[in-house]
Design a protein around this ligand. Sequence first.
Ligand code: 13P
Length: 259
Amino acid sequence: MRTPVIAANWKLNKTIAESVEFVQQLRGALNPWPNVDVVLCPPFTALASVASALQGTPIGLGAQDMFWEAQGAFTGEISGPMLVDAGCRSVIVGHSERRTVFGETDEMVHRKLLAALTHGLTPILCIGETLAEREADQTVAVLARQLSAALGGCESRDCPRLIVAYEPVWAIGTGRNATPEQAQQAHRFIREWLTKGRGAEAAESIRIQYGGSVNGANAAELLRQADVDGALVGGASLKAEAFSAIVKSAAAAKAVHSP
Ligand code: 13P
């Protein structure tokens, strides 16, 4: 059984004080702790403070992005060793907002993913099709292209650490989530792709999150799908109450499937 993993992507939101307050509220809301891995991805400015606030909890800390070089003349960038130093264990790479708003290419995502692995971080690799691509029946072709570009050079032995987030672009921030069937279909395709390229053992160990308008009302149904191993949550992760409801849904949805 894969332990479900629910991650909060706060994007460009929250001051340091707001981030720390969220942690206090979440600690209260998730007591007793459910059998779910929880990761918070605050903005860079709040990482160190959130790391302190998380001490003594099982909640993991992640960053929203990183640069592939470790140091040097790269104004404005943050490196893997800096994230580790701030207390991060994981990092989102290739989020669709990085790809579309900031022009990140498949090749850049690949370099970031390898750098994350090199520095001991768990990459949360985001992939997903646009509405136009879905309507043109290009969904699996896009997912295969993004997987193959990002994961080149990534060995099977690195796979257990990898998390893939399927985030259809048309579902992000729109209130229009993928149906559980659409999510399961895409996740199944991703796992089959990983099985062909990295072997069944690695593919079965990799957790695949769904992201795109996940909230307390739709999380349970999405997470009941066999290949949906968690969620990457944007808007609904900004309030501790809404986010903890999703974490609890994950525990309940996956408990139903336990032998
Ligand atoms: P929303 O949950 O706001 O749709 O955002 C999803 C997302 O982009 C998470 O990375």
